[in-house]
Design a binder for this molecule. Structure first.
Ligand code: TMP
Ligand code: ASP
Length: 234
């Protein structure tokens, strides 16, 4: 399978068409950004690591009944994915208070939530991905009622599966962000699942094993990404 034409370049990935109109190639870059790209850098090897971690996690989720855009790994940085129309909503699920929730509500990071908190953010960088609710989504026609129900159902399913998986690896899944797409009338999980899009804390020590090491200048960034890949692959 070959890249034909670049159709999109985001902060961490590029997307290409292929000879098959239903299949795209997703390429993972080493570029890292935070805080709406006001902080920029490179995490050497990140693209390779995130490609492989996403492969593992999409495969695990497919086995648990979550449809995803993942088709197959092509090489170190590229995966073949189903062509989708991205729903412009970023779904966040939180199990432990951190980051945006701690700031928004002025509460301490680390508080364990009684129930997972699901948030929708409008995917629009210029507006800093604002928090929205289902009424905004229907009013702005970002998704239909049926689509949003499916998105929420799948998001909680992803949370159950990943929480259990990472727990067995001595890691707490603090929170994560998902994006969904429309593919032949169906809602499927798209984008990536990686230390860029999740918060992972080592159980007990709460050592951060994700992009917060870059956001907060905590050091050992490359080593930690490699460590997560090893843990996920074992
Ligand atoms: P937040 O606490 O900053 O809202 O982030 C929640 C989760 O979403 C965290 O695991 C990181 C991830 N995330 C992204 O994948 N992309 C983003 O642009 C942001 C802000 C967060
Ligand atoms: N990737 C986002 C940005 O560059 C934010 C983040 O992950 O912190 O703005």
């Amino acid at each position: 399978m070959k890249k034909v034409k670049q159709v999109y370049e985001g902060k961490a990935k590029k997307l290409f068409t292929t000879e098959d109109e239903d299949i795209f190639i997703q390429e993972f870059k080493d570029d890292a950004t935070a805080f709406d790209a006001t902080k920029r850098g490179t995490i050497i090897g990140k693209g390779v690591v995130n490609n492989k971690i996403s492969e593992k996690l999409f495969t695990l989720l497919e086995a648990k009944g979550v449809p995803t855009h993942f088709i197959k790994l092509l090489n170190d940085r590229d995966m073949a994915v189903k062509k989708v129309e991205i729903v412009p909503i970023e779904v966040t699920i939180r199990n432990i208070v951190a980051g945006g929730m701690a700031k928004l509500l002025d509460i301490e990071e680390g508080i364990i939530l009684n129930e997972p908190v699901l948030e929708y953010h409008y995917k629009k960088d210029e507006l800093h991905d604002p928090l929205i609710n289902d009424c905004h989504i229907f009013a702005m026609k970002l998704a239909t009622k049926e689509e949003l129900e499916r998105i929420a159902e799948l998001s909680f399913k992803v949370n159950d599966a990943l929480k259990e998986f990472f727990s067995s690896k001595n890691i707490d899944l603090v929170d994560f962000k998902l994006e969904f797409g429309r593919c032949k009338g169906e809602i499927i999980l798209a984008d990536e699942i990686s230390p860029d899009t999740c918060r992972f804390w080592e159980k007990g020590t709460k050592r951060k094993m994700d992009k917060d090491r870059f956001r907060r200048d905590l050091g050992n960034i490359e080593e930690t990404y490699q460590e997560v890949l090893k843990i996920v692959s074992d």
